[in-house]
Design a protein around this ligand. Structure first.
Ligand code: FFO
Length: 835
């Protein structure tokens, strides 16, 4: 028996080889990499990737992956040459909207710790003399750019060879020209990889198969939601201007260049320019039609991931290229191809373990840009049980089942291709497919003029046009300042009226999309006791707000646990990732001790939920229910079965908006009736339906965190202001030991509540926060606080920053003064909730 588990990595592209390197550097010594192509040039996406590494990303995780890749490739060298050419990265703006977007992106880069600066058109030209400084077609011109000096070019193929060499020296076995034909398994665990030359035994299999990932997944019944798409890349004939400038054939000195207003990017290849285009129609790839290339025929020009160039798709882009870089008029397209790579429904990579097959991991839909960072995260996941980087946006299991279907993956991934370089608002919804998941109240919501945005394929109302008339009655002190155009997008002044009604009368909120799990069986209490920070072993009727932690104390979710009966619990969780975690843990527990079996079911779609909240909530429900819902009849954070006009309802007394009232659950078929009964009963009290715009503001006023935005696995409860949700004296739960140690150590960063001093500047999230003129943190959630009459921003800041301190938030390059405030901002005495 070897000291470390037997690992088989499928694919020797940039991800697989980085993973072999990361694992072997951590001392794992039984690793085999299986590659269908020849090891010298495997023929997947890595083999043709142009290697541009832009670190700029709205996701902190993705930027971290890219930055790690930059640093690793810089350090990976042989014969005095590294695997990274740090020429810098330049993104151009030729429209005012793009320039504004670049300013925003610069802010995000500052938030994520990457140096960047906005430069004017003259400096763009100085740095990139080939640029057209006059008018472009359509009357546009270069207005400026975002320069990131640490970006550059990955020498991906060279990196792969050096990583193979280095891992081989550490004992990793590489099997080239070996096709995977199956995955052996036993008892829900992987046992090996079946290949064209026999079975390689394995305890852990990591599929790093890139755009073959969906096919690989099928071998184990796993729907890997990625779509192979072709994307055009060309090289020009030599440019006069580049004669004798760069090393041939691939040397480069000028920054990698993005011209997003025309969906194009550029790099130097010696005296030629390489051009990538997203300007063409999406070209989904039929995997049956891939070029079949034998090992001996494989070359830079012939490989499975290279489809024939379709000049007609490139022709319009070529005009734009010549327009931007007039020197290209003297050149021709010398070499072009349609290169295959992976897209996903939300553009992120896919990292994680298959819920139905223990030991089968995926690290796919990863670009060269993020490859080493992803490999490091996977290596941490395997060797330590968790990654230091927050992976929630990259988890394989983040998608709902419907989102992994062929149709959904195909449509959304193609849409992501089309939008890849668009200026996208953080709330911008997909246009299609929509109305995939709708609550039973959807018809009424539509009648009320709901404006819907989509999340996890659910339609969620953000405000209701029916409430617009309330703006005429809105008291002056509730009126919110006007937003600048960007912050105003996907937002409405109507939310002010909805917040007002919630705080002063009563409102209905559709809580159906909040993921709900039933946890049942004689082992239910034990499972939840072990996995959560809460004291959940209370009598039936108790609801507990608590956390699920990683072993190192990082927060993997915050949940509500309602004990409905001795062996029946209902959980409110954050995403499908929580469901997979709990059901996998439940399966393990049931197998280990059948007397402690426990079953976890996703009941989200079969049930629905209305939040009935506001000071008049009790008057409303009293008209349609004879159950005792007085303060004593159902205390705060308690649950019981009630009847609402004959409909069986589980009422939970809690509120994410911080008002008196209940979450009212029933099964889907009664939903519409429940809505109608409550609406009718509430009419005389001025009841309204309210949406997420108001909801988000109200919860921030109350200081309620949103997992995944305000805190993630990178944060522990104490620094997140959630120490109260760790049960006192509780031991023996996942993360307990690490937490005990962390409690003693002062945290470096803490989550703080800021209010904006001018009372009017509304920010959106991810903006950098300056302390004493130095970038020191970033905004998580932000909203206008209608009841407290100031914009609110939560932010991660150094622990030394304390209440009352002045800080600045940078928004579109402008500094906005803000103050660290005591929280919660609203009802700190809990009079409303407990009243
Ligand atoms: N489950 C339910 N049922 N409702 C929810 O709104 C939510 N959440 C997430 C996921 N699960 C849910 C959890 N977030 C509170 C704060 C955050 C929440 C849920 C509830 C809350 O009421 N906090 C009180 C707890 C007091 C106590 O522990 O006794 C507080 O901090 O005062 C929605 O995103």
């Amino acid at each position: 028996m070897s000291a470390s588990p037997r690992v088989v990595i499928i694919g020797a592209g940039i991800v697989g080889t980085n993973l072999a390197d990361e694992l072997s550097s951590r001392g794992w010594n039984d690793i085999t990499v299986v590659e269908q192509g020849p090891l010298e040039l495997a023929g997947g996406s890595t083999s043709h990737a142009p290697g541009l590494v832009f670190q700029n990303n709205s996701s902190k995780t993705m930027t971290e992956f890219a930055t790690y890749t930059v640093n690793k490739l810089l350090s990976l060298s042989k014969d005095g040459q590294s695997c990274f050419n740090q020429v810098g990265g330049l993104e151009l703006a030729t429209t005012p909207e793009r320039l504004a977007d670049l300013k925003r992106k610069m802010g995000v880069m500052t938030s994520w710790g990457v140096e960047s600066r906005i430069i004017d058109a003259d400096e763009c030209e100085k740095i990139y003399p080939l640029l057209n400084t006059g008018k472009l077609t359509g009357g546009r011109e270069v207005l400026g750019g975002l320069l990131i000096p640490t970006d550059g070019l990955a020498l991906a193929a060279r990196a792969v060879q050096l990583l193979i060499e280095r891992s081989r020296e550490r004992g990793v076995t590489f099997l080239g020209s070996t096709t995977v034909t199956g995955i052996s398994q036993w008892g829900g665990k992987v046992t090996g990889v079946e290949t064209s030359s026999g079975v390689v035994p394995a305890d852990i299999v990591v599929s790093c198969a890139g755009f073959w990932g969906r096919e690989l997944g099928k071998l184990v019944g796993l729907d890997v939601p990625l779509l192979p798409l072709a994307h055009q890349y060309v090289k020009t004939t030599p440019l006069q201007e580049l004669q004798g400038v760069n090393d041939l054939p691939n040397g480069a000195q000028k920054p990698i260049l993005r011209y997003q207003d025309r969906d194009l990017y550029f790099r130097e290849h010696g005296d030629r320019i390489g051009i990538g285009s997203y300007a063409h129609r999406p070209m989904p790839v039929d995997m049956e039609q891939l070029p079949r290339v034998g090992a001996e025929e494989m070359s830079d020009h012939r490989m499975p991931s290279r489809l024939d160039f379709t000049l007609e798709d490139f022709a319009p882009a070529w005009e734009d290229c010549q327009d931007l870089l007039p020197a290209l008029h003297a050149t021709q397209i010398e070499d072009g191809f349609n290169g295959i790579f992976s897209f996903t429904p939300d553009g992120g990579p896919l990292i994680g373990e298959a819920p139905e097959l223990s030991g089968f991991f995926v690290a796919e839909a990863v670009w060269v840009t993020h490859s080493a960072g992803v490999a490091k995260a996977v290596a941490e996941l395997l060797t330590e049980g968790r990654s230091r980087t927050d992976l929630h946006g990259t988890e394989l299991s983040r998608f709902e089942k419907v989102q992994t279907s062929d149709d959904y993956v195909s449509e959304t991934s193609q849409q992501n291709f089309v939008e890849i370089y668009d200026v996208l608002h953080p709330l911008q919804p997909k246009e299609s497919p929509r109305d995939v998941r709708v609550s039973p109240f959807n018809v009424r919501q539509k009648e009320l003029g709901a404006f819907f945005l989509e999340s996890a394929a659910w339609e969620r109302p953000h405000w209701f046009e029916a409430n617009r008339a309330l703006l005429d009655e809105l008291p002056a002190e509730w009126q919110a300042p006007e937003r600048e155009p960007w912050a105003a997008m996907f937002s409405s002044p109507i939310s002010a009226a909805e917040a007002w009604k919630t705080r002063t009368a009563v409102a209905l909120y559709d809580m159906t999309p909040l993921k709900r799990l039933a946890v049942n069986g004689p082992g239910a209490q034990e499972l939840l006791h072990r996995l959560s920070t809460g004291n959940i072993a209370k009598k039936p009727g108790a609801v507990t707000y608590c956390l699920l932690l990683e072993h190192d104390g990082g927060i993997r979710s915050d949940v509500t646990v309602a004990r409905l009966a001795e062996e029946d619990f209902q959980l409110g969780v954050n995403s499908n990732v929580d469901f997979d975690y709990l059901r996998v843990e439940a399966r393990k527990q049931s197998a280990a001790d059948p007397a402690k079996w426990v079953h976890v079911t996703d009941i989200t779609g079969s049930t629905c939920c209305i939040g009935l909240w506001g000071p008049l909530a009790r008057e409303v429900i009293g008209k349609v229910s004879s159950d005792d819902l007085t303060n004593d009849g159902l205390k705060y954070f308690r649950t019981k079965e009630i009847s609402v006009g004959g409909i069986p309802v589980t009422a939970m007394r809690l509120s994410y908006v911080g008002e008196l009232g209940w979450e009212l659950y029933t099964t889907a078929e009664y939903g519409l009736k429940l809505w109608d009964l409550l609406f009718e009963a509430g009419r005389e009290h001025g009841i309204i339906a309210a949406g997420r715009g108001a909801f988000n503001s109200l919860r921030l006023e109350k200081g309620y965190r949103l997992w995944g935005t305000d805190m993630t696995t990178e944060h522990h409860p104490y620094q997140s202001g959630l120490g109260f949700s760790v049960a006192k004296d509780k031991v023996g739960f996942v993360g307990a030991e690490a937490l005990a140690a962390r409690k003693e150590q002062p945290a470096e960063k803490v989550l703080r509540c800021l209010t904006v001093d001018d009372g009017t500047s509304i920010v959106l999230g991810k903006e950098p926060v300056y302390v004493g003129g130095v970038a020191a943190g970033y905004v998580t959630s932000a909203a206008y606080g209608y009841s407290i009459r100031k914009p609110i921003a939560y932010a991660w800041l150094p622990a030394a920053v304390s209440e009352g301190d002045a800080v600045e938030i940078e928004y579109f390059g402008r500094r906005v003064a803000a103050t660290v405030s005591a929280e919660p901002l609203f009802d700190p005495g809990m009079e409303r909730l407990r009243g």
